[in-house]
Structures are given as structure tokens and as C-alpha cells.
Design a protein around this ligand. Structure first.
Ligand code: UN1
Length: 499
């Protein structure tokens, strides 16, 4: 493919491509083979101020553009994404590392979101209600809020920006976007395509750089009333605290420790496939990844031996090679963190069944590759069964029955995704009711959310908001209630009660 050739990129502010005020830069390198993909501005507070000012000014007109017209721009954007899907996917295999079919899926998720949110331009429904009084009309309408600060992770470098930016736009808000420093080239392509689709200058601005500088400047800026972040729990707490002083609206998506339950009546072939896909897809770097497997004692041995055999068949390699099953992890720090959990699991007394090592040889030494890792004999309280590792490591826990399985699944601080394999409809419905998570799958793994349903989690995964689906509109708008009195006289609500 035509790679970027270590080209120098800029921020996009008020419809202009500009360097960081400081002139500083950072490089984007491939986790697959260390190749330099581009040089990006290392921005700071001054750049964020310019971007916020541009977004604030652009808001005054964008909020008045008829919502169906805003939606039409999103339709064009969806089409541009669809047309550029192969190129974007290939770039993603280089910059983020995921394998080609998954990279295509990442882009497809954004296409789906563009068409879904484009359609919202003709809905954005409010309500009309009867009034208590004669000759009076009541309605509620959704109002845009203003400048939205969008801070996105590297694991879904096209899909996640689309979950945040597209609903924000169709609702009439403007955006200051900070893509992850591990995937700036994809962030910049995303914004280029938005501009090509017809998003006016200033409506979406991109400011590259780190969380400490750019992220913090966005979160604390007085003219950014809305923040949406997908990231770590620690960052989420810090953002909430920083935003509290100005009572900003904060949406958080902070990860998980998701489990797949396999009961004694499960279709084991299906369960094995579901676990492999959910635990090792995207090299385990999904908030929705299955980093725990909770197996009924009657199927534990069989399940574990089949999982180990299948995991050992997975081929590690560069994501753009069609034969690769598992790509690299994102960077050196991630590789070290994942490997440290192998040591933690061993020290805690879990049995390392396969993997547990940094992969080298066959050119793998140039990137960050970790062998798919499975621990058995895991106690639910061990750190490997409690903490988010964000890599290709899963912990198998043995339980006696369905009740214990649900209790173990719930026994964590997070509540994003959950799953149960069973052929018993009663047990499936109990799980749907009792699993404390924002998402539950029946006879499927923990990954695969679709854009028209709410996405997000309970407990430590977030703060109650959801992205995607209709729920996203609730975050990116504020309700206004409007009362129109056409009686020609003063009518007092709650006082003029005599009919
Ligand atoms: C994430 O990992 O933050 O359901 C997003 C899924 C994907 C999105 C994951 N559609 O796994």
C-alpha cells in the first residue's frame, strides 16, 4: 500500500492545517515492525485554546444548520469511509496492529455509525404532551450543548471516534478531538474525510498530543462543557475530578474484566470458538475482551484442553498478512505490563497452561508480540482474575453450578460485557437478569456490539452514560421543555385547577 512515508502531519483548526504552537513533534511508529509512519505535532494548551475558540465560533452557525442537512454530511462521510475501507484498514494494520479482517470491521463500525447517526438528522425526536390547561401546547426538544471534547483510545482508532464525534455532530455540537498518540495517522484520516464530506471549518478540530498536555487542557477548558473519554479507570477518575469544578457533562467508558460462562449443557465447540475470538481477537486489547472464563466443573477439563490446543495453533504476525491470527500489542509498555501479569499469575499460584512469553523469531522481534496465554486453576480473587490486563491473557475459573458462575462473573469492580453458553432457556434468562453488566451475550462471546444499541457498562466501567444507539443522543443534547399558551390570558399551572 501507499504508506505515509514518515510524512509530517499537522493539527486541523478552523479548517486550516497548522503546526503546534511550540513546533514540537512526536512520531507514530508501527507496533508490528517499528516502521515510522508519520510525524505529528506535540501540541499543548495554546493549541487547544485555538481549537476551542474555533469550535465555539463555529457552533453559532452549526447549531442552526437543519439537522437533516447535518445528517446528509454524515451520509457522505459514511460513503467516503466505505470507499476508503481497504486503505484505512491496511493503515490500521500498520499503525494499530490489528489483523486485516478486524481492521475492516473497525472501519465498518464507523460506516454503520455514520449511516445510523445520519438518519438521526431526520428524527432527533422530542415529545409533545397534553397540557393541564386549555389552549396550551407542550413539547420537549433536544438542544445541542456546545463544544464537545473527544478523547479516544488507540484500540478502535476509527470506530470509537465515530461513536463520539458523529452523534455529537448530528445533534448540532462542535468538536475538539484528541486522537490517541499511538494512532494519530488514523485520527487525522478520520478528520480529513469529515472535511471532505462537507463538515464546515471549525466544526471539527483535531489537536494531536498527549493526555497530560492536550487532554488536560481540553478537560479543564471553561468553554468545553462536554467531555467524552474512552480510557483507563484512573484517567476517568482524574477527568471527572478536573471537570467537577465546572459541572461539565462527562461520559466515561473505562474498560472491563469480562467473563464467558460455560455451563455443563453448553455447545462446547461454539464455546471454544467464542472464547478464542473474545480472548485473543485484537490481541485481547478490547474493553469487551474475555479475560476470564468461568467453567462448570463437569466441562472444565475438556474445555481447558481444547482451548489450549486451539490457542497454540494461532499464528502470530503482522496484521496485514492474511495468514496472521493474532497481531502485535500496541507498544513496549503494554508488552511489559502484559508480561508482568504472567509473573503475577504464577506467583499467585495459578497454573500457566500455555503462552506466558514475549514472542520472537520469524521477524517478530521487530514488534511487540505476546503469545496467547491461558491460566487454569484460577481463584476468582486473584489479581489476574480481577484486574484489566488488556492483552492476550485469559484466566479460567472452575465453578460448581450456574449460581456460583453468575456470582463469580459479578465479583469484579467492572461491569461492561458478559456472556453465557447454555442450551437451557431458563438459565439463559436468569443470566440476562442477574449478570451485572451493560452488555450480556447468550451463546456468543463478549465482543461484537452493534452501533444501534447502547454501549457501556455498569459499576467501575463508567458513570451511567452510554454511547451509540439512541442513548448517545441523550448525552450529546440537553432537553428543553417548551410551553405555548395560546389562550390569550394568564393561566396558572397547578393553581387554575377548576378544569
Ligand atoms: C472497545 O473495546 O472499547 O463489541 C470497543 C466490541 C466492539 C467494540 C469494542 N464492537 O467488541
Amino acid at each position: 500500500m501507499a504508506l505515509l512515508g514518515a510524512k509530517t502531519f499537522q493539527n486541523y483548526i478552523a479548517g486550516e492545517w497548522v503546526d503546534a504552537a511550540s513546533g514540537e513533534t512526536f512520531e507514530s511508529t508501527s507496533p508490528a515492525d517499528g516502521e515510522t509512519l508519520g510525524i505529528f505535532p506535540r501540541s499543548g494548551r495554546a493549541d487547544v485554546e485555538r481549537a476551542v475558540e474555533a469550535a465555539k465560533q463555529a457552533f453559532e452557525d452549526w447549531r442552526l444548520v437543519p439537522a437533516p442537512k447535518r445528517g446528509e454530511i454524515l451520509f457522505r462521510f459514511g460513503q467516503l469511509l466505505a470507499d476508503g475501507k481497504e486503505d484505512l484498514a491496511e493503515l490500521m494494520t500498520h499503525e494499530m496492529g490489528k489483523v486485516l479482517p478486524e481492521a475492516r470491521g473497525d472501519v465498518q463500525e464507523a460506516v454503520d455509525m455514520a449511516f445510523y447517526m445520519g438518519g438521526e438528522g431526520r428524527r432527533l425526536f422530542g415529545q409533545t404532551t397534553p397540557s393541564e390547561l386549555r389552549d396550551k401546547f407542550n413539547m420537549s426538544v433536544r438542544m445541542p450543548i456546545g463544544v464537545v471534547g473527544v478523547i479516544t483510545p488507540w484500540n478502535f482508532p476509527i470506530a470509537i471516534p465515530s461513536w463520539k464525534i458523529l452523534p455529537a455532530l448530528v445533534c448540532g455540537n462542535t468538536v475538539v478531538f484528541k486522537p490517541a498518540t499511538d494512532t494519530p495517522a488514523l485520527g487525522e484520516r478520520f478528520v480529513e474525510l469529515l472535511a471532505e464530506a462537507g463538515v464546515p471549518p471549525g466544526v471539527v478540530n483535531v489537536v494531536h498530543g498527549g493526555g497530560g498536555e492536550v487532554g488536560n487542557a481540553i478537560v479543564t477548558h471553561p468553554d468545553v462543557p462536554v467531555i467524552t473519554l474512552t480510557g483507563s479507570r484512573d484517567t476517568g477518575v482524574a477527568v471527572t475530578k478536573a471537570a467537577a469544578e465546572r459541572l461539565k457533562h462527562v461520559h466515561l467508558e473505562l474498560g472491563g474484566k469480562n467473563a464467558i460462562i460455560v455451563l455443563d449443557d453448553a455447545d462446547l465447540d461454539l464455546a471454544v470458538e467464542g472464547i478464542l475470538w473474545s480472548a485473543f481477537g485484537t490481541s485481547g486489547q478490547r474493553c469487551t475482551a474475555a479475560s476470564r472464563v468461568i467453567a462448570h466443573e463437569a466441562v472444565y477439563d475438556q474445555l481447558v484442553s481444547r482451548l489450549v490446543a486451539e490457542a497454540e495453533r494461532l499464528r502470530l504476525g503482522v496484521g496485514w498478512d492474511e495468514d496472521t491470527d493474532v497481531g502485535p500489542v500496541i507498544n513496549q509498555a503494554a508488552l511489559e505490563k502484559i508480561h508482568s501479569y504472567t509473573g503475577i499469575g504464577r506467583d499467585e499460584g495459578a497454573t500457566l497452561l500455555t503462552g506466558g512469553e514475549i514472542a520472537s523469531g520469524d521477524g517478530l522481534g521487530k514488534g511487540f508480540y505476546y503469545r496467547p496465554t491461558i491460566f487454569g486453576d484460577v481463584d476468582p480473587q486473584m489479581r489476574i482474575a480481577q484486574e484489566e490486563i488488556f492483552g492476550p491473557t485469559t484466566a479460567v475459573i472452575k465453578v460448581r453450578d450456574a449460581d456460583e458462575a453468575i456470582q463469580v462473573s459479578n465479583g469484579i469492580e467492572y461491569g461492561l460485557s458478559s456472556s453465557i453458553f447454555t442450551r437451557d432457556v431458563n438459565r439463559a434468562f436468569r443470566a440476562m437478569r442477574d449478570l451485572k453488566a451493560g452488555i450480556t451475550y447468550i451463546n456468543a462471546g463478549t465482543i461484537g456490539a452493534e452501533v444501534h444499541l447502547p454501549f457501556g457498562g455498569t459499576k467501575g466501567t463508567g458513570n451511567g452514560h452510554r454511547e451509540a444507539g439512541q442513548a448517545a443522543l441523550d448525552f450529546f443534547t440537553e432537553w428543553k421543555s417548551i410551553y405555548v399558551d395560546y389562550s390569550g390570558k394568564l393561566q396558572k399551572a397547578q393553581i387554575d385547577t377548576a378544569e
